[in-house]
Design a protein around this ligand. Structure first.
Ligand SMILES: [Fe+2]
Ligand SMILES: [Fe+2]
Length: 332
């Protein structure tokens, strides 16, 4: 390879590579996940019918996900403009998923080195392959159907740069399998149910099968580690988790897509305010409300199972992130 491909970045990392002498099964639950992963491999090239037609006038993701949907901005557009807005918005949102999948390939590659036993290393080898497949799916989808990609937003970039450069496996796992994948799974579920393009719905369903295993890895590997942490380490983990949950749960704002649609800065600020008000007032489509409920409930459940949901953490989630912890915890 000559030089760095345009748009790439280098993240400095010093991770241990633990070279094992023994490779016996020590954690049967994790080994079962590995067996399931081998059994359930699929192929983006042959298991997806890429020849399926798409109606470009219909768009890709549901219109209701676009912040300006059903506002005066939306009503002023003709049907061609609405379809183009849908294309640009979908391009931005799906680009973020694509970049996240690429980050997951890199983090899992590191985890295969840094994890201390064979069961976790073997599982992580399968997750590298899964994430490469997801990366491939979105790259092909964007290039063949949407025709546009955007750069990674600051929120995703910050999370991945942090966990790629921190040497501790549990920080990487909390960042990827607990924070990143809880958000991604809720989004994939919503897309699998509501996307207008049947191929996108199908691809998300296939990806979801893999993601369930990935979240399972976090749930099986983290509790023991969290239980052994000193009060200082636990406080650090709580701060890290809340910090990145705040940016991840916001989902980012597709400024570039609105700029490409021809909106000026003042209009985009207005749209941003509108989105904030809608979120606070709950004035969003039913499936967006369900998405929020789903993500909050999975998050509370997963944090609880990993042992991270201390009283301090509950307070931070309730006051800083407006997550109704007790309601979701009672339903667990
Ligand atoms: Fe993935
Ligand atoms: Fe994943």
């Amino acid at each position: 390879m000559v030089g760095m491909p345009e748009g790439s970045r280098v993240i400095h990392a010093e991770n241990d590579s633990i070279y094992l002498r023994h490779h016996d099964v020590e954690a049967p639950d994790l080994h079962r996940l590995y067996e399931n992963a081998k059994r359930d491999q699929w192929n983006v090239s042959t298991d997806i019918d890429w020849s399926q037609k798409i109606d470009l006038d219909q768009g890709f993701m549901a219109d209701e996900l676009i912040d300006i949907y059903d506002t005066t901005f939306w009503h002023k557009m003709n049907s061609k403009e609405k379809a183009e807005m849908n294309r640009l918005f979908s391009a931005w949102r799906l680009s973020q998923l694509m970049h996240g999948e690429h980050g997951a390939v890199l983090v899992c590659g590191q985890l295969a080195n840094v994890l201390p036993d064979a069961d976790t290393k073997f599982f992580m080898a399968t997750q590298v392959m899964d994430e490469a497949r997801h990366n491939e799916f979105f790259q092909r989808y964007m290039s063949e159907r949407v025709g546009k990609t955007y750069d990674q937003a600051d929120t995703g970039r910050e999370l991945f740069d942090f966990i790629l450069s921190d040497p501790r496996w549990y920080i990487k796992t909390i960042g990827l399998q607990l924070i990143g994948e809880t958000f991604a799974v809720a989004l994939f579920k919503m897309l699998a149910d509501t996307a207008k393009d049947e191929l996108l719905r199908y691809g998300c369903k296939k990806i979801l099968q893999d993601e369930a295993r990935h979240m399972g890895f976090g749930m099986l590997s983290l509790p023991q580690q969290v239980a052994q942490m000193s009060p200082e380490e636990r406080a650090e983990v709580e701060d890290f988790t809340v910090y990145f949950l705040r940016s991840t749960l916001s989902g980012g704002f597709p400024t570039e897509a609105y700029l490409d649609m021809g909106f000026n800065k003042a209009e985009i600020n207005e749209i941003r305010d509108l989105r904030r008000q809608k979120a606070i007032g709950g004035d969003v489509a039913m499936f967006r409300q369900l998405f929020k409920r789903d993500i909050h409930s999975t998050l509370v459940n997963n944090l609880h199972r990993c042992g991270i949901l201390s009283e301090t953490m509950k307070g931070k989630l309730e006051t800083e992130l407006r997550v109704n912890v007790s309601e979701h915890l009672n339903a667990c």
